[in-house]
Design a binder for this molecule. Structure first.
Ligand code: IVH
Length: 783
């Protein structure tokens, strides 16, 4: 995309350009910070930021009041209470080349009046790609945790941060200041991130584009119980307010943090000297990057000596004593050959870019996700276009831009289908979520009527973690489906005893006596099935493997689960109720009071001559706490809106049965609603009934509570040789243990195989019990 270079801009153009940049970046900030769903890469955002800064440098008098260069972070969400940081959380200036890194060193020397041969030490730390948080400790006890927010005021996410095992609730050792704000990065390891996305995809629930969005989305959950299930980690690397100094250098500070119970970035963080040291360590981090268990997007250089840091001070929003040397994004150009639509099990239509093969960052790429219709429109991607691909922390490469200059003549804008790809051509719908926002996902509304969704459901049903039917692979399944032999799960079991069809099958090419026998044996072997697999196999939205296991342990029989779900369906919460239940300041008690008041009838304005809504709310619902009153007054603004909200909330209050189901440990409102909706559908009930007629569903064993590992957290690492990971996990869980993917202070036991790396090292450092696979098997056998 052609752009006038900054040096050539007239003043009038500069005014226009600064306005455009401020607007564009404000939009990006909103999507990044509030929705955790950015539409541009960091590198692109940095480019905008840089252009803005360059124009301001040329025309300082044109700097706008809302200039992006004056902002740190962006708007907070209304869902969390504001927290003012004791000392602002600043951001870092960026350097993109060796020259800029050398200039950083030169600048420091000039400022401190140091000669070229006087030593300056820097801490070089990995720049972790997550989101920063500030933890306030008073007398060694964690009292509050917040996100960065706009740098001055962040969001109170204390409850969510407390669920992270790396964050001590009480500092270890001694010597900590009475009051200290410890700062660092909340992040996720790549392996855990990939595992989460895979499971989410299988469950048909939300996936995240990259580890950073995952960390942000997981930390900013309204329900800390959800954060607790996310494999979040924390690195400590800085501090804000302190009641007294506690170190003389950054390196010493990191040692202190570690002694107090934090995980720090050292190693690989390292103390280096001078400009050459900065360049060398950058090169080392570049080679190290692919081996790290987490993604980094550069190196942070910090002047090590804190007295020097103090003298250097700050320039507007970032410290003069630190800079972030960013890695270049890994990019490549190729041709967009086609846009295919994939129809998922839940009917979601996801566009996929088919690309002319190209290598990006060492990996050959032929597909890229296009996310949704909005994304295609934003890029204005057309078939035949030359596109720029990028792999950053992202697992799946993204298309970041279209080269408009290279567009072939006659290329037509892409028209996203309005109807399902299947022969039924059912209309697609965009869902409206609880907050009244239209989802960007387009879904086929056909459910089981939609042949595409049905095939996906069947695929899911026979998949390895569900019914795991041997001999019935994707190809056979599709063939039987096309033939009309298998339409619903029960048909699979009917086929195995349908002599007529089996006889016909024996006559077919590629089939013979043996393969038919094997197919029948594979199917019959699954007539007896665990309740957990049965539940998971149904493929209801948001009911993944973990939830299925929880449900199977809670309900002894499938019929009990079904009855509980059908009862819950009679009292589902309404939109207003849901909205209120997640509003900041409105706890469960307040919600009950509001529903009670609403049920008693919509009250009249107790004080029409006044505008003070908070006071009025107090009059009508006197038992509400002050913060709840304030939150409601802010939310509704006028008496009329509040009264209407009360009435709606009362109407939408959920029934006891729903609340009971949602309160099952590990289930929650999302799964409860999904189950209720699933069993409310006649066609689903019919299919389940047909299926149950073919099966013998087995209750699952309740986890043991009397074994040596019951209640303990176990981590498996390295390659196991005598069992698969899944087997090891199931074995541990059957013995009452919890299996985690990363090692932290909350880990009790690490079982390692050959090739174990960083996890084993962490376990050693944390003094956690360890054993090899044989020792584990011996332990299991002895229990
Ligand atoms: S120090 C005043 N150290 O980068 C400087 N930040 O662009 C405070 N980050 O908001 C930050 N790794 O989210 C620091 N080792 C590290 C870091 C790091 C990642 C992030 C952090 C910060 C952003 C600034």
């Amino acid at each position: 995309m052609s752009q006038i270079s900054v040096a050539d801009l007239t003043e009038a153009q500069a005014v226009e350009e600064l306005e455009r940049l401020a607007d564009e970046m404000a939009g990006h900030d909103l999507r990044y910070y509030q929705d955790d769903a950015p539409t541009v890469s960091d590198a692109e955002y940095d480019e905008l930021k840089r252009r803005n800064a360059d124009i301001e440098a040329r025309f300082p008098h044109l700097q706008r009041e809302n200039s992006p260069s004056l902002k740190v972070g962006a708007a907070r969400s209304a869902q969390f209470s504001p927290v003012e940081h004791g000392v602002p959380m600043l951001s870092l200036d960026n350097a993109f080349s060796n020259d800029e890194a050398e200039e950083f060193d030169a600048r420091i020397r000039r400022f401190l009046r140091l000669g070229a041969d006087e030593p300056v030490f820097y801490m070089a730390e990995p720049k972790i790609d997550g989101l920063s948080a500030s933890l306030r400790y008073e007398k060694g006890v964690l009292v509050q945790g917040a996100t960065r927010g706009d740098g001055r005021v962040g969001e109170d996410v204390t409850a969510n941060l407390r669920t992270i095992a790396d964050i001590p609730h009480r500092l270890k050792g001694s010597g900590w200041p009475d009051v200290i704000e410890i700062r660092g990065e909340v992040y996720v390891e790549l392996e855990a991130f990939a595992a989460f996305n895979k499971a989410a995809e299988e469950a048909g629930s939300r996936t995240y584009a990259n580890p950073r969005n995952f960390a942000a989305g997981s930390l900013r959950q309204i329900d800390p119980k959800i954060s607790a299930t996310r494999p979040l980690r924390f690195f400590g690397y800085a501090w804000g307010l302190v009641s007294e100094p506690f170190a003389a250098s950054q390196s010493e500070a990191l040692e202190k943090l570690e002694a107090w119970g934090f995980v720090t970035t050292a190693p690989p963080a390292e103390r280096v000297q001078g400009a050459q040291g900065l360049l060398d360590i950058y090169a080392r981090f570049e080679t190290l990057r692919p081996q790290l268990p987490f993604d980094i997007d550069g190196v942070v250089y910090k002047v090590d000596d804190l007295e020097r840091q103090r003298r250097l001070g700050f320039v507007s929003r970032s410290p003069r004593w630190a800079i972030a040397r960013k890695f270049p994004a890994q990019r490549a150009r190729t041709i967009l050959e086609a846009i295919d639509i994939q129809v998922g099990r839940t009917g979601a239509h996801t566009p996929v870019a088919r690309l002319h093969p190209v290598t990006v960052g060492g990996v050959s790429v032929t597909n890229a996700t296009l996310h949704n219709a909005d994304e295609i429109a934003r890029l204005d991607a057309r078939i035949g276009d030359t596109v720029v691909l990028q792999r950053a922390g992202d697992v799946i490469p993204q298309i970041v831009e279209v080269d408009l200059a290279a567009r072939p003549e006659g290329a037509e804008p892409y028209a996203f289908p309005h109807v399902c790809e299947c022969p039924l051509k059912t209309a697609l719908a965009q869902e409206i979520n609880a907050n009244g926002v239209e989802s960007v996902v387009r879904r086929c509304t056909g459910e089981f009527a939609c042949p595409f969704q049905r095939v996906e459901h069947l695929r899911h049903f026979v998949s390895r973690r569900a019914f795991d039917i041997e001999g019935l692979g994707e190809k056979q399944l599709q063939a039987f489906f096309d033939e009309g032999w298998i339409n619903e799960p029960a048909d699979i079991f009917r086929l195995a005893r349908d002599e007529e069809k089996l006889a016909a099958l024996r006559e077919r090419d590629g089939y013979g006596e043996t393969s038919v026998k094997n197919l029948v044996a594979g199917i019959d072997a699954r007539r007896s099935i665990g309740l957990d697999r049965m539940i998971y196999g149904l493929g209801a939205r948001d009911i993944g493997e973990t939830t299925s296991t929880v449900l199977a342990r809670h309900f002894d029989q499938f019929a009990d689960l079904q009855a509980a779900s059908e009862a819950a369906a009679r009292g589902l919460p309404g939109a207003t109720y849901l909205e209120l239940s997640t509003a900041a300041g409105v706890g469960p008690k307040a919600l009950d009071l509001l529903v009670e008041a609403g049920r008693a009838g919509v009250p009249a304005d107790p004080w029409p001559q006044s505008e003070d809504l908070e006071l009025k709310i107090g009059q009508v619902v006197p038992k509400l706490t002050k913060p709840a009153r304030a939150a409601l007054a802010q939310r509704y603004g006028t008496w009329e809106a509040f009264a209407e909200g009360l009435a709606q909330a009362a109407k939408g209050a959920p029934g006891e049965d729903y609340l009971t189901l949602a309160a099952v440990d590990g289930v929650g409102p999302v799964a409860a609603q999904s189950l209720a909706r699933f069993f409310a559908e006649e066609h689903n009930r019919q299919k389940v009934e047909n299926l149950l007629a073919e099966l013998d569903v087995q209750a699952v064993a309740k986890p043991k509570t009397d074994t040596a590992v019951a209640g303990k957290t176990v981590v498996f690492t390295g390659s196991l040789e005598k069992m698969t990971r899944d087997e090891a996990k199931a074995q541990a869980e059957a013995l009452g243990a919890k299996v985690a993917s990363s090692v932290s202070k909350k880990t009790h036991l690490v079982v390692y195989g050959p090739g174990a790396g960083s996890k084993l090292k962490t376990a050693q450092e944390l003094n956690i019990d360890m054993m090899d696979e044989d020792q584990w098997l011996a332990l299991v056998a002895s229990l």
